[in-house]
Design a protein around this ligand. Sequence first.
Ligand code: G6P
Ligand code: MG
Length: 217
Amino acid sequence: AKKGFIFDLDGVIVDTAGFHYLAWRSLANELGFEFTEEQNERFKGVSRVRSLEILLEIGGVEATQEQKDKWLVSKNEEYLSYIEKMTEADILPGVMKTLNYLKSKNIPMALGSASKNAQPILKRVGLFDFFEIIVDGNHVQKAKPDPEVFTIGADELGFAYSDVIVFEDSIAGIQAANSVDMVSVGIGDAEVLHEADHNFKDFTEIDTAFLDQLINA
Ligand code: G6P
Ligand code: MG
């Protein structure tokens, strides 16, 4: 059967995971506690609202909804200040080679991201017109590890879930893909993402032979 590909955005196509981390760490420091990169693994793929809840849990901070709403705004403002400076150069190494190869094979591609900032980021790095379908944080009710972001993408691309391949850098995203029998490809630390069907440190390790293997499986 023909295959469809779905790509996560943050930490897969662009290096924004670090920007999210910096912005959450600023808030943690402002509230008087540390926030490590290791703790940040739990935040990958997780919605903004849920991320704040986890951060406040880590810091043992209780707050009113009004205060939380202010922190959500200030975190996003700091994040956007990093995003504003992005260019095509912020597309992660090897990504364009993979995307262009799949496009040359007429493989349908979608974006599946929890981010509400996905569209402006794609525009900044010149990839907005690249994906047939964009499913982002503005479209979904249920966050990863719920597979909704990917099932909407697969439905819109017109593929059975088992004919879809998902590229993800987050544990939650790998679990989301696995839960509906999509093929999961982990991008990042193979130990962290051990639940994935395939693991690569980054896209420079992915060659056309592997892509052909996925396409022809
Ligand atoms: C992605 C990132 C998360 C982020 C979420 C929401 O899934 O991996 O770290 O919290 O998107 O992003 P947003 O841009 O809407 O705050
Ligand atoms: Mg991600």
